[in-house]
Design a protein around this ligand. Structure first.
Ligand code: F0G
Length: 483
């Protein structure tokens, strides 16, 4: 991936350094059908059928395009229950990339979180982290632990020029350790590419500071490397001290200071699956027995061996700046298009996807009508585009049943890596701009069915009035017969 200056134009344009060799046909239902489909789905984009979606921007998880070399490697997978050569090949790559000796395979990222929580979290424990992720928090609280978020206030400000919004507030980490005592902190979790604040990176310097503090107090450091790929690119391009380091050097400098690293390969490595790596045998032994119990035998851990071959190749591709810059460059392009138009975006552009600030987009909408969820439903109606609500609906209610209002109400438009063309990204920008100009037509949502746990996955909501029909009618008026 490069950025190219076009003839007689000022703007740098991202240019794909790969070509597409396998494609999937897409469909775009009419706007009237889209109103119907989103209501069949309980106004929850997770419940839409993919056949009814034109651009699937729900997530970057498990939907990244694979390379020819990954697909080729999958054909050579050593399909055995125990002692597979595939596992040995993967261990070798993990050692090469992360510098780690030990590997516990798991079927995806949250499975690693389950195992980490089972092994280390006890009732009353406190787990500091820059920011929570939904599944991480669910596993920790399930076992009686609590999560303390130590992101700096600037990390939660929707728009500024801060290059590393995911950074820890170092003095607050020190103070928290003093306050609760290191013995009540089983580990500190560092989430690379901080998902829920807009895929925002941490600097290498900040992560190393956290590691040094933990070491001083004898606290285990855990790196969630699921979104490390984009974070590595941002360290390389935004952190002055790392300008001349290779992606490989940055990775090793970071990972050498971590006690445990886990990842979802649905994101990291353009594949499926996940795992935990470490150089600390004692820590690995505390978790090892859970792998056959929850996941599968130690040489596959619930993964299909073909996926393990794909991870091995994908991780090596992740060390290539020309490959990992595709996501961030497309996202930056989309964010710039929308920001230039006045759409309130999370700035600077991060990894994973473009994030729209729904609070600002739908100014005046009551918080208990779920602005980010409403915007997600509206964008599906506007363009057959499936984004993901990352706001209050994605939170858990408090133990007393009251609503926990999210600090940021975001609509996330994920850009799975190497999946969309630039014209599709432009189409997405166009429909968001139209929606912005017609934002006064967008109304709120109310619960119809609200599950107690991870409600955003399968909860069902309804529009508070007939705003969706009015939005569709305006679409017809502006776009005529066009889809
Ligand atoms: N950690 C982070 C930072 C993640 O973003 C995710 C998943 C996980 C852990 C869990 O991994 O899905 O393989 O079990 N994020 C996905 C998303 C679901 O859409 O943002 P998983």
């Amino acid at each position: 991936m490069s950025t190219i200056k076009f003839y007689q134009q000022d703007q740098q344009v991202p240019l794909e350094m790969h070509k597409v060799r396998v494609v999937q046909k897409l469909f775009l239902p009419t706007v009237e059908e889209r109103v119907e489909k989103i209501n069949e789905a309980g106004n929850n984009t997770f419940l839409l059928q993919n056949k009814d979606v034109y651009m699937d921007m729900l997530t970057d998880s498990g939907v990244n395009a694979m390379s020819d070399n990954q697909v080729a490697a999958m054909m050579q997978a050593d399909d055995s229950y125990a002692g597979s050569e595939t596992c040995n090949r993967l261990i070798k790559v993990l050692k090469d990339v992360f510098g780690t000796e030990y590997f516990l395979p798991a079927h995806q990222g949250r499975a690693c979180e389950n195992i980490l929580a089972e092994a280390f979290v006890r009732p009353g424990d406190v787990i500091p982290m820059n920011f929570h992720f939904t599944t991480t928090k669910a596993h920790i609280t399930r076992l009686g632990g609590s999560v303390v978020e130590l992101i700096r206030p600037i990390g939660l400000k929707p728009k500024n020029n801060e290059p590393f919004k995911g950074n820890f507030d170092i003095p607050r980490l020190e103070a928290l350790i003093q306050e609760v005592g290191a013995e009540h902190i089983p580990f500190v979790r560092i989430e690379a590419g901080t998902n829920l604040v807009g895929g925002q990176p941490l600097s290498l310097e900040n992560m190393l500071q956290v590691a040094a503090i933990c070491k001083k107090h004898g606290i285990i450091t855990v790196l969630d490397a699921s979104l490390l790929q984009d974070n590595l690119y941002f360290i390389k391009t935004r952190e002055e001290a790392c300008k001349n380091m290779s992606i490989r050097e940055i990775t090793r400098t970071l990972c050498d200071q971590m006690d445990l690293i886990y990842f979802s390969s649905r994101k990291l490595g353009f594949a499926r699956g996940g795992g935990i790596v470490s150089n600390n045998e004692k820590l690995i032994l505390r978790m090892k027995e859970f792998i056959p119990l929850y996941e599968g035998f130690l040489t596959y851990g619930g993964m299909e061996v073909r996926s393990m071959e794909a991870i091995a190749i994908g991780l090596q591709e992740t060390m290539d700046e020309e490959i990992i810059n595709q996501g961030p460059l497309f996202i930056e392009y989309l964010v710039k298009e929308l920001d230039d138009y006045g759409v309130p975006m999370i700035m600077p552009a991060g990894g994973l996807g473009a994030h729209i600030n729904a609070t600002e987009f739908l100014k005046g909408m009551p918080h208990d009508q779920y602005p980010a969820g409403a915007l997600a439903a509206a964008l599906y109606i506007a363009g057959g585009i499936r984004g993901m609500e990352r706001g209050t609906i994605s939170e858990q209610r408090e133990t007393d049943g009251s609503e926990h209002f999210a600090e940021l109400e975001l609509l996330r438009l994920a850009c799975p890596r190497r999946v969309f063309t630039l014209s599709q990204i432009k189409y997405c920008a166009d429909r968001v701009k139209w929606l912005y100009d017609n934002r006064s037509l967008i109304g709120g949502l109310k619960w119809v069915e609200e599950p107690a746990v991870l409600r955003f996955f399968f909860g069902r909501l309804a529009p508070v009035n007939d705003w969706q029909q009015k939005l569709a009618a305006k679409f017809r008026q502006d776009f005529g017969d066009s889809l």
